[in-house]
Design a protein around this ligand. Structure first.
Ligand code: URP
Ligand code: ZN
Ligand code: ZN
Length: 472
């Protein structure tokens, strides 16, 4: 008889393609058998998942952990607290960013982030690189980085310290084309943002809510179209990150209709928050929801739901970038500082999957298979981690979530596991939460308790992104 370390019995197994009832056996961190019925041996741990959905562990392809800042702010989560919160919310693989400082080589940037992550991560991780300085030397480094397992590169069209000119973007895109890597683009028109910011401040409009006006959907639409055009010019696929508005979605839809191979991502904040969450004039607490692009309006929320359901979006990530509501983070320049001085970003690693399972799957907006595709399979494929990650198959890592979709839960930051001192979803009721999260065959979350350990997560060198049109 085969020995199994763990058997999950009577599961409603959901992959991006299928839904069937069966047992899953795990040995030495891998899935070793899937069958209608499997027999445990004496010392096998058994989880009875009768009536419960079991999905692959989530792959969160966009989060910022212990990322160095350029303005003196300090992110709330390091690799321990961030990956702990990931595990408690059903995410078993994270892809944070290694950011290059201007003048720094990509290999030095990567070495720095390995130091930050080493011995701390509770779940497996891979890195995207942020290119802020596209010099010829840095462009020449891209093929070496790809060969070493860093196959995705984020570039910014805005933020003074990060943005690249169109011509530098073209240089990066040409390099990703030649090395088979993925470029991720933050698409907002920087001049529109600075022009609007200046006008708003001249009128004394400095409260957090004016962030949403400065980062207009028109500026996002223009930059999205420009990013698509630059990718078309170089003839290379790109992935547009954190898309927030109907106007930007329409550009992606148009591009795909033209046969331009564009991938795109959206995030929970564009489904569950609006610009109204940035508050009123005399309320600085709206700073808690400042992120870029900002949450929009009910019409854009609806467009984001539609694009999740109809396949326009390829992936659903958190863009977890938590800052505390104190002088290290949101209050870096004091309560009452102008909106453009507030660090951008919100927490979301732990709540990403429960929010989408509850409001997407249980409310009938997307199918369970599409949930798995958006949150696990497609990010694993697009960032070169499939089939080790992103599915339930013999030979894949035993990263699994057993879902409790019967117990309503009111989200409260006291019960979350990030080090952030607030969640933008405080008080929201969800009807789904992981009952058990298994990472590499080990139970890391069960009975509302975290049981993982720092250092149990390993670095995953990424293979080439899978970028054929329509493949994800
Ligand atoms: O506001 C956001 N999204 N902060 C994180 C940085 C980024 O651009 O993804
Ligand atoms: Zn961004
Ligand atoms: Zn981000």
């Amino acid at each position: 008889m085969n020995h199994y370390d763990l058997v999950i019995k009577n599961a409603e197994i959901i992959t991006a393609a299928d839904h069937f009832r069966g047992d899953i056996a795990v040995c030495e961190g891998k899935i070793v058998a899937i069958a209608e019925s499997l027999t445990e041996t004496g010392n096998t741990r058994v989880i009875d998942a009768a009536g419960r959905r079991v999905t692959p562990g989530g792959v969160d392809a966009h989060c910022h952990l212990d990322q160095a800042s350029l303005d003196g702010s300090v992110g709330a989560d390091d690799f321990f607290t961030g990956t702990r919160s990931a595990a408690c919310g059903g995410t078993t693989t994270v892809l944070p960013f290694a950011m290059q400082f201007k003048g720094q080589s990509l290999s030095d940037a990567v070495a720095d982030y390995h130091r930050r992550a080493g011995g701390k991560a509770c779940v497996d991780y891979s890195f995207h690189l942020i290119i802020t300085d596209a010099t010829p030397e840095v462009i020449a480094e891209i093929p070496q980085m790809v060969a070493q397992g860093y196959t995705s590169f984020k570039i910014y069209m805005t933020y003074d310290a990060l943005k690249l000119s169109d011509s530098h973007i073209l240089d990066v895109l040409e390099a990703t084309r030649l090395s088979g890597a993925m470029a991720m683009i933050h698409a907002e028109n920087d001049d529109c943002i600075s022009w609007l910011t200046q006008r708003l401040k001249q009128q004394g409009k400095t409260a957090p809510r004016y962030h949403a006006q400065a980062h207009s959907a028109i500026g996002e639409r223009e930059a999205t179209h420009r990013a698509i055009s630059l990718a078309e010019l170089v003839d290379v696929p790109v992935l547009l990150v954190h898309v927030s508005s109907r106007a930007a979605i329409e550009q992606i839809h148009w591009a795909r209709g033209q046969g331009i191979n564009i991938f795109s991502e959206t995030c929970p904040q564009y489904l569950f928050l609006t610009a109204e969450d940035l508050g009123i004039d005399d309320d600085f607490h709206g700073a808690k929801c400042i992120c870029s692009p900002p949450p929009r309006d009910a019409d854009s929320q609806q467009a984001v739901w539609t694009a999740l359901a109809n396949g326009t979006f390829s992936i659903f990530s958190s863009d977890h970038c938590p800052f505390n509501y104190d002088a290290t983070g949101k209050l870096l320049h004091g309560e009452g500082a102008s909106f453009d001085k507030v660090p951008n970003g919100i927490a979301g690693l732990e709540t990403r999957l429960p929010l989408l399972m509850s409001e997407g799957v249980l409310q009938g907006r997307i199918s369970p298979q599409r949930f798995v595709e958006l949150t696990s399979t497609a990010p694993a494929r697009l960032y070169g981690l499939y089939p080790r990650k992103g599915t339930i198959a013999v030979g894949s890592d035993a990263d699994l979530v057993v879902w409790d979709c019967e117990t309503p839960r009111v989200i409260s930051n006291d019960e979350l596991h990030s080090a952030a001192d607030f969640t933008p979803y405080q008080g929201k009721t969800v009807n789904a939460w992981p009952a058990v999260t298994i990472s590499g065959g080990k139970i890391v979350w069960q009975d509302q308790k975290f049981s993982g350990r720092a250092g149990e997560g390993v670095f995953l060198p990424a293979k080439a992104p899978f970028m054929r049109p329509g493949a994800v």
